[in-house]
Design a protein around this ligand. Sequence first.
Ligand SMILES: [Zn+2]
Length: 293
Amino acid sequence: MFNPTAQSVAMKNSPVVTTQKRKSTFSLPSLNAQTIDWTNAPLELASVRNCPHFVNTLQTYFPGALPLPVYMERTVQALEEYGFEDENTMGMIAICRDEITDPLYEAVVKYWGKTFNCCSLGGFVLMGKTGLAAAKGHTPLLSGLRRFTFYAMPHIAISRYGKVGEVSREGIADASHACGALEAIVAELEMGKLMIEMDMQDIEQTIIRQKILSQLKYGDRPDLVGITQLASQIISADVGKLLSSLDTNVFHYSVMTGIQIHGPLESQWIYPQDFYIAGKAFGDGHIGINAFT
Ligand SMILES: [Zn+2]
């Protein structure tokens, strides 16, 4: 049912540009423990090769996922060719409030400097027009142009034993879970008990639930992987809708969506979905960028 693939990296109905990639210090041609070139892998990732169950699960559900540092390098390198640089661009990010997502937040700040926080439970984009109005007023104005990069995605954990949804956290003996907000909806679907009324004491979760349910057919009960993939699609669509009101004569922006994956040994991975830029100087509509294959 929900089966986004690595091929969906480029927006449908958009021209696709293949960008020359900066030579990465760590190549990951395919996620197979036997074929990954671990030679130049960062130390924390090299240890992951000893977790074959994790690698197999990652490859099965998220083929083409990249280590976070490689993903960031690819997006930054690609965007430089379109004039996006740390000095003239503000970061924006919508990921889950969970502190386990911090490495992605920190990576966006590292590459793009000042970053507008659009985070909510599950990584859903709930900032609305008011939030966007504030953010766009903060973007640097240089030679009549304002630029920002927008990273938005849900997250999921995979344990060293290949168990989806499980992660170990510092100071907590038992296996912990991610994403808890999405897991709660999976559990409600399994029980057949859905809290569909607006709960003013739980507004974010209420909206997430409504957004997901509105995309399901009666009787659908996707598992955590399915719900997370669906969340990624909803977030991608919501970002596109939110930013469609911007005047592209003034705003040049890029959007990067996908799924953040927490692996063993604190490794972080990104399964890319959309990567595109928008701006009058680039022509009408979005230009999809293929920087991951
Ligand atoms: Zn979460």
